[in-house]
Design a protein around this ligand. Structure first.
Ligand SMILES: C[S@@+](CC[C@H](N)C(=O)[O-])C[C@H]1O[C@@H](n2cnc3c(N)ncnc32)[C@H](O)[C@@H]1O
Length: 171
């Protein structure tokens, strides 16, 4: 039974990885503090993790924002079912208000988002850059760990490890 479930979830992961060309790799925890300090949005703002894995970045941000007394509306999109499922378990465990959606972020209306976080892979960044250019509103904050958005002007670079983090403000 457990072996069958593992095989089904594993096969599902492989299928989604082939489809999105983006594996589920976690950003090192040690970077999350530095990154979350860059999110200075008004309380109630919508902030999304596009390809959120198990939601760990959003759970961290939620904790930090609650400490500041400035809760944000946090939404994560994740296509692969296993990390999404794990995220739902963590959401329950942390009694979190983060919303996790098993959906393709490229097909979502992101017009209400004041900020997004992305950690994807180099080869899909041109496509993501174009999608964010058309979907985000002017002034929206974009935080990209490890990979640059082609043709976007970097506003700030964070010395996260082992890769840098690039911050943009949508023009
Ligand atoms: C490198 S992981 C990053 C996970 C998480 N943001 C973190 O930093 O720990 C990227 C995730 O994006 C997901 N993904 C890739 N393309 C996607 C899409 N179009 N819609 C939703 N999720 C996507 C992948 O399934 C993968 O789990």
């Amino acid at each position: 039974m457990a072996a069958g479930l593992t095989i089904i979830l594993g096969a599902g992961m492989i299928f989604i990885n082939l489809k999105t060309k983006v594996p589920w790799v976690k950003i090192p925890n040690s970077n999350l503090n530095l990154i979350s300090q860059e999110i200075n949005l008004p309380p109630g703002s919508l902030f999304c993790d596009l390809g959120c894995g198990d939601g760990r970045v959003l759970f961290f941000i939620e904790k930090q924002e609650l400490k500041k007394g400035q809760p944000l509306k946090l939404v994560g999109y994740e296509l692969a079912f296993y990390p999404y499922l794990r995220g739902q378990f963590l959401k329950f465990w942390f009694a979190s208000k983060v919303e996790l959606k098993n959906k393709n972020f490229l097909k979502q209306d992101l017009g209400a988002a004041q900020g997004v976080f992305i950690f994807l892979v180099e080869r899909i960044m041109p496509k993501v850059a174009l999608a964010l250019q058309s979907k985000l509103k002017p002034g929206a904050l974009v935080i990209s760990y490890a990979f640059k958005l082609p043709n976007w002007r970097i506003y700030k670079t964070l010395e996260t490890k082992p890769s840098q983090t690039y911050i943009y403000l949508k023009n």
